[in-house]
Write a protein that binds this ligand. Sequence first.
Ligand code: PEP
Ligand code: MN
Length: 359
Amino acid sequence: MKDLQPIQLEGIKENEPIVIAGPCSAETEEQVLDTAAQLASYGIKIFRAGIWKPRTKPGGFEGVGAPGLEWLKKVKQQTGMYTATEVATREHVRQALDAGVDILWIGARTSANPFAMQEIADTLAEAAVDIPVLVKNPVNPDLELWIGALQRIYNAGIRRLGAIHRGFSTYGKHLYRNVPQWHIPIELRLRYPNMPIFCDPSHIGGKRELVAPLSQQAYDMGFNGLIIESHNCPDCAWSDASQQVTPEILNFILHTLVIRDSHQSTENLTLLRQQIDQVDNEILEALSKRMRISREIGQYKKEHRMPVLQANRYNDVIRTRVKLGEEMAMSTEFLKSILLAIHEESVRQQIEVLNDRAR
Ligand code: PEP
Ligand code: MN
């Protein structure tokens, strides 16, 4: 995917983050046109609305379907905004292209499915269109699956190709509706530096109050744009009510965001990196000290014919350190994995002592 092009739309400045906003779903003509008019009045240039809604559970609102495309046409006529919608099948692509939708995106459930992706890619290739296509990450945290979905669209001749990071689903209760796992989009950026990446803070957070901090985080990480759900009456929304914001709030959020200048002097960065180098050295020294003590304990256990592993002690160590680390604003998962790794290495060193192979 070497010759990718920027999303480039007339009237949208290059080198500035692109903002796409609109309701999760198109519900009624009035809701679509009123929301669009408000967003346009705040300077939003690209309007999103789901026409076909992939819902995990049956019985939810599955979208108004093709009649909603007529409302998107009216949005264009009345506000001059570009329009964007989600496609998941051959028919969706055909109907959206016929209706003059300007940007297509592929949802997280669809991008996880290579058959659906190939069907969409084939339809785009048949139509031989040059339209921006954005591919959301698959619901599961699998970078290769995401790249595979992007490649299918690229192979269909699409060059204005972008990715949308919308978080990954996990089992259990979390702060986020879909955990961000930022390292995955960052790895995508490292592999395809020319591919624009959007952040969807609405679906990551699942809550209104997380839209602003997640958007800022995305800008800080150099994302190229945002796709945010905005509804003229969020509490009345037929889908994803808790994560939608009014156009007015959206405008407020966008004005609070700080866009960092990537051309800024790198002096501060150099200083910060020197600090990181220093801290890393300290961490390694502390670890080496810990291992030396572990070996001394190993020697003691050997002399007293004690087993290396004592379950109570191990559980206490993990529990107390995780608690302490949580108080220092580190995630439980991170703390558990690092403490487990340290403990494993300590055990390995003690076993070496027992076997008289200590260095
Ligand atoms: C959406 O954008 O409304 C949507 C259904 O998103 P996702 O595919 O990320 O769940
Ligand atoms: Mn939604």
